[in-house]
Structures are given as C-alpha cells and as structure tokens.
Design a protein around this ligand. Structure first.
Ligand SMILES: C[S@@+](CC[C@H](N)C(=O)[O-])C[C@H]1O[C@@H](n2cnc3c(N)ncnc32)[C@H](O)[C@@H]1O
Length: 508
C-alpha cells in the first residue's frame, strides 16, 4: 500500500539497480565539449549530487571512478538508501554521502546540502507530483554553483501520446482493485487487452499501436512497469513546458545529454535541418525536432551561466589530448553503424574506424598517437572517436590506483543477492560496464587468489551449488555436469575476449 511519505509516487516496491553512463560527470563534461562549451574543471576536486538515486549504483560507480569528487546521493526510500550505504561501506568509499531525505526536506532545510558543480535527476521529473517538480527546480536554484550543470530526464510527447492513454487506463483500473499493485498487474493488463480488442473508436483507430505498446509493457520488468504506469502524478511533457520551468532557476539549455547531440544534428536531413533552424527560439527548435523524431524520452542538460564557448579547433585539441581505451573485444564489431534518435548512420570511411579499434587492441593511446598512426584529419578523428565512444566501443582512459576496485569486490561478493547488479567498474575508463553473474564470479575467484582456468571454473561452480542456484542459457536451466561444462566454455571465451580488456581497464 502507498504510504503518506511517498507523496503520490509509487514506492510500494524498491526500484531496479541500474548504472547510467550519462550520469557520469566525465561523460557530462564530454557532452559540454562536443556541444562547443568548456567542461567544468573537475581534475582537482568537484561536487556532485544525484536526486532520487534509487539503489545508488550510478552514484557509487561515479564516486569510485572520481576520488577527487565529493558525491551526495539522495532518496527518500529507506530500503534503497540502506542498501546503497552498505555497498559504499563494503567498497570503502569515503567520498560519497547517501542521505535518506525527501526533496521537500531539502527545500525546507537548505543547510542539509552544500553547493554543487553537477546536479542530476534521472527518471524523476515525470513521476513525481507538481510540488516535487517545483522542489527539484528550487534545489537547483539553491544548490547549483555558478557555471554548474544540471541533468534532467523525463517522458516526452508526441512519443508518449498513444501510450499515455494506456497509462491512464492502467492507473485508473488498478485503483478499482484491492491489494498491492504487483498482485493486481495481471488483471489490469488483461482488462486493458480486452478493451483494446473491442476495436471501437480510439481502440480501433490506434489498434496496432496500442497492441504493440501493450506487448512492450508486458515484456518489461514489472518493477519498472509499476512505477511508470501506476503512479498518481505521472506526466509526459512537451519540451517548452520543462524548459520554462528550468529557466526559473537561471538555467540555460545546453543540449541533450549525449555526446552525439550536435553531430547527429549535422547528419540529419538538410530539409529537416533548415526547417528547425527557421525557428528563432530554442524551445521551438527542440519542439519541432521532438515532433519530427516522435521523441518519447528526453535527457536534457542545462548550465547556470555559460562561461565560455570553444571553437572546433579547441574541441579537436581536447580529443587529441585524451588517452583512449578500447572496451569492446576484438572481432565483435562487424559494421561501423551508429544509431541516433532519428535513424542509423553508416560511416563511409570504415577503414579509419577499424584502424582506431585495431590500434587500441593492445594498448591505450592518445588521440595524437592515433592521428599519426591512422593518418587522417583531426576533424575526422574527432568525429570517429565521438561515434565510437557513443557506441561504447571506446572511452577516455585515466590512471587510477588498483584500490579503486573496492566497489567491484563489494558487488561480486553479493552476486546472489535479491538486488541484481549486472555491472562492474572499469576503473581506468572511469565507468561501469554491463556484465553477467558468471563473469562477476570469475572476478570474485581472482580476488580470492585463483588464476588457473580450472580453478576459476571450480570456484564458480561451487558458488552456484552452494547457493542452490541454476544458470539459464538459451531458455535451458543448467545444473550439475551440464552447468560445469558450460562454465568451462564461458571461461574460455571470457579469458580470450574479456580478460585482456579487464586488464587494461584495471578491473584485474
Ligand atoms: C523511477 S526511480 C529512478 C531511480 C534512479 N534515478 C534510476 O533511474 O534508476 C525514482 C526514484 O525517486 C525516488 N523519489 C520519488 N519521489 C521522491 C521524493 N519526493 N523525494 C526523494 N526521493 C523521491 C524514489 O524512491 C525512486 O528511487
């Protein structure tokens, strides 16, 4: 049952524990650079706050990646904060503060938080009530430093127009039924399905879209569906509404939180480009873009005081001065194709992309060294590095001590916990990367001093057996001998493809 402290938000269940790269301060700074603005100086020290952090996985990974930063992560859900705190303690992270507070608590008592260089809130704005939407903006107004950056993501129309009707239907039908939200979800979904199949009026006009959307909802994680669809104050917005609100905290729109935001605009059709450019106001340009792309979700960046633009040569210089690390195993990329909100872009000069990836196969390299090796223009290299990083094939390298692995030790010691964490930190790439339980257990085995393939396999097998867990591969549940044989195969592939990357990235 919903309680008063939830303020209309559906916190009957805790949320999923996910890591989001776009909440990474290094990534946000790269968004600024690729948008033609100076990055926030973060080499020596900086402050960062995540509002509504859930289980705090992104905040934890960020704190482990940037020891020079001081991180605050806020959520009013005590279970999530207690879990995040225990992970931070096991990881021996001292630069992160998890606080169990509501947004209202912070507005009522601003002395609870300092001033920040970065304030981020992901998956919050559409899901809380109007008072809390105002609170988020008030917190930015009080707690963002001059020159600081804000990230806000939310559901957008027209992309949500059809699904919004399903949201309203599901929410209202759920209210008719007794019991916890999870227990009534099946009944709600089957009633919605039979209504769509009446094939009358709106149900007829939008039948295919509604059916597809419903299928989508059914395939999604229930925890997500409950918080997305069965929420008192859920709303999808048009960009100008949110833009206006953010401006009240002296925030200027910087662009989307994507390193390809500017580049993708240059690559979109000339007709659309000129139609968008005809509009004078930023909010109208973004609105036209959202209508043209049928945008469903936006991740927006704002700055409080634009303290300096950089020209394209300065941007190229920045790319050349970074060191780059490969994150994707050799042989995994068949085609250099990149996806933007409006479609796909297949590169013409794929030899350059191949040269970059091959050069990074065995060592990290600076942009300058790659330029010399692959012999291309700095502008082309900047574009290629941006796109490769956008697809998670490469990232910026940083020196970090081995001790930064505490978060990985904490995660792999909880592989069979009820909270499923499918990531590990790549400390020298300053980010987390998606993985699976078996790979996490290989790391656990290494942390326990095992090195030989057979020992790793035995270690993981014994863990599965001890915790009475099975492994599902291609729909088949593996236990006993079959499990062991499959673990041997997994270890072989992992050692060949993933282990070399883990070594470079400082995981092992
Ligand atoms: C949809 S989840 C997103 C969590 C996380 N940012 C992510 O994307 O995985 C929204 C989070 O906001 C928190 N939340 C909702 N209303 C809040 C409020 N008024 N004060 C503090 N936290 C709140 C919830 O507990 C939940 O963890």
């Amino acid at each position: 049952m919903k309680a008063d402290w939830m303020e209309g938000y559906n916190a009957e269940e805790t949320y999923t524990a996910k890591y989001f790269r776009f909440l990474n301060p290094g990534y946000l700074n790269m968004c600024a650079i690729t948008s033609g603005l100076r990055a926030i100086p973060a080499e020596e020290s900086f402050t960062y706050c995540e509002l509504g952090c859930g289980y705090g996985l992104s905040a934890l990974m960020n704190a482990a990646s940037y020891p020079q930063g001081t991180f605050y992560a806020i959520d009013y859900n005590p279970t999530q904060i207690a879990y995040a705190k225990s992970l931070a303690k096991d990881a021996e992270l001292t630069n992160i503060h998890f606080l169990e507070l509501s947004f209202q608590d912070i507005v009522d008592n601003p002395s609870l938080l300092p001033q920040f260089d970065f304030i981020v809130f992901h998956g919050i704005y559409s899901w809380v009530n109007n008072i809390n939407r105002d609170n988020l903006v008030k917190i930015c107004n009080h707690h963002l430093k001059s020159g600081g950056m804000v990230y806000n993501s939310y559901n957008v129309k027209p992309g949500w127009s059809i699904t919004e009707s399903l949201q309203k239907l599901m929410y209202n039908l759920a209210n008719e039924l007794p019991g916890s939200t999870r227990s009534k979800m099946d009944r709600v979904l089957s009633r919605v399905e039979s209504l769509i199949d009446l094939n009358e009026g709106f149900f007829k006009e939008q039948h295919t879209s509604l059916r597809n959307n419903l299928k989508n909802i059914k395939d999604k994680d229930r925890t997500y569906v409950i918080q997305e669809y069965i929420n008192d104050d859920w709303r999808a917005f048009y960009f100008p509404e949110v833009y206006k609100k953010m401006q009240s905290a002296k925030l200027e729109y910087l662009g989307e939180a994507s390193i390809v935001d500017k580049l993708s605009k240059q690559l979109q059709s000339k007709k659309l480009q000129s139609a968008i450019e005809k509009a004078d106001l930023i909010e109208n340009r973004e609105l036209i873009k959202d209508l043209a792309y049928n945008t469903k979700f936006r991740k927006d960046l704002y700055i409080r005081g634009n303290y300096g633009e950089i020209n394209r040569f300065e941007m190229q210089e920045w790319f050349l001065n970074q060191r780059w690390i490969r994150l994707t195993p050799l042989g995994e990329i068949e085609k250099y194709s990149f996806t933007f909100s409006y479609g796909k872009y297949d590169v013409a000069n794929s030899e350059l992309y191949k040269c970059i990836m091959d050069s990074l196969a065995k060592e990290v390299m600076s942009g300058k060294d790659i330029l010399n090796k692959c012999k291309c223009k700095a502008g082309m290299l900047t574009e290629a590095l941006t796109l490769l990083s956008h697809n998670n094939y490469i990232d910026i390298y940083q020196e970090l001590p081995k001790e930064s692995n505490g978060i990985n030790r904490a995660i792999v010691s909880r592989v069979f916990d009820s909270v499923n964490i499918e990531y590990i930190l790549y400390p020298r790439a300053a980010r987390a990367y998606k993985t699976n339980r078996v790979h996490q257990l290989f790391l656990d085995a290494i942390e326990h001093g095992h090195t030989k393939s057979s020992d790793l396999v035995d270690y993981v097998y014994n863990k599965f057996t001890h915790y009475q867990q099975s492994l599902t591969v291609n729909g088949k549940t593996l236990v006993g001998k079959e499990l062991k044989e499959n673990l041997k195969l997994f270890e072989k592939v992992w050692r060949k493809k993933i282990f070399p990357i883990w070594k470079m990235a400082g995981v092992v």
